[in-house]
Ligand binder design. Structure first.
Ligand SMILES: NC(=O)c1ccc[n+]([C@@H]2O[C@H](COP(=O)([O-])OP(=O)(O)OC[C@H]3O[C@@H](n4cnc5c(N)ncnc54)[C@H](O)[C@@H]3O)[C@@H](O)[C@H]2O)c1
Length: 247
């Protein structure tokens, strides 16, 4: 089988997990790495035995002609990196969650994605337990879904994209329409890295006659048997895994 020819932009903490996973997948030819930070680039190259390293993304794409550009830059840099990648000839890009920090940026990415494939890495939905759950929903094993509840004790930027992705996937498989309206309230201040983010968020999303209740932060219900704390270098608070419930 031909392997997918991939180049990677960004060799930070998350980027190195991508490199590891790409190399382990067996179906990907990860040919080169790129980072603006020469020290990080060198360290990642040495760690993974990748010797072809670039500081300039556009030059790399033009030279290497990849089939996929895997972009793992901070959330403040989305359109600023994706647009030049497409201009340099990237046929498809994978970006990390969150898709963007501003609606204007998200809309621009949607526009750019009409011409080329832009995928956002919200990986939970591909995990085996979720795959089993998707099959149950698709065959309507749970009956009609009228209420979805998705919550995380982390802030909206830390785990919000994941729970929203899972909840909307569940809604779609249950035959519910796309979100029609959102009523939301946010309070408090926290940081995701250096990015200010509401400490707590509650939202109701209208999906036809059904409703999605979303909580990110202390307003999320506790899950008594699921208090596994993962410390996050990015967040000032401890991270509790996201939980989704369906009625
Ligand atoms: N899906 C998940 O579960 C998950 C988990 C953790 C992080 N993330 C996401 O991954 C992204 C990256 O996180 P991180 O912690 O690795 O960030 P980071 O800041 O540690 O690393 C980003 C790297 O990108 C490089 N970079 C920036 N602009 C560049 C450019 N134009 N060309 C080349 N390199 C460039 C920087 O020099 C840096 O080394 C974030 O969006 C974060 O939200 C997702």
């Amino acid at each position: 089988m031909d392997k997918l020819r991939v180049v990677q932009v960004g060799c930070g903490e998350r980027g190195q997990l991508h490199t590891e996973a790409m190399l382990a997948a067996g179906v990907i030819d990860l040919v080169v790495l790129c980072d603006l930070d020469a020290g990080r680039l060198q360290a990642a190259g040495e760690r993974f035995g990748i010797t072809r390293l670039y500081g300039d993304m556009a030059a790399m794409i033009r030279q290497e002609q990849p089939e996929l550009v895997d972009i793992i830059t901070p959330p403040t840099l989305r359109v600023a990196v994706v647009e030049p990648a497409l201009e340099a000839g990237a046929p498809a890009v994978l970006i990390e969650k969150p898709i963007a920090l501003k609606p204007s940026e998200a809309r621009r990415l949607v526009e750019l994605g009409r011409e080329r494939l832009i995928a956002v890495n919200t990986q939970y939905q591909w995990m085996p337990h979720w795959q089993r759950f998707w099959a149950l929903l698709a065959e309507r094993a749970l009956g009609e879904v009228r209420l979805l509840r998705a919550s995380t004790r982390c802030n909206i930027l830390e785990q919000g994209p994941h729970i929203l992705d899972l909840a909307l996937k569940a809604a779609s498989l249950s035959g519910l329409p796309e979100p029609e309206w959102v009523l939301a309230a946010a309070s408090g201040l926290e940081y995701f890295g250096d990015i200010p983010v509401p400490a707590d968020l509650s939202a109701i999303v209208g999906l036809g006659e059904a409703r999605l209740y979303l909580n990110a932060g202390p307003s999320a219900p506790a899950v008594p048997e699921r208090r596994i704390f993962i410390t996050s270098s990015k967040s000032k608070s401890a991270v509790i895994p996201a939980v989704c419930g369906f009625l």
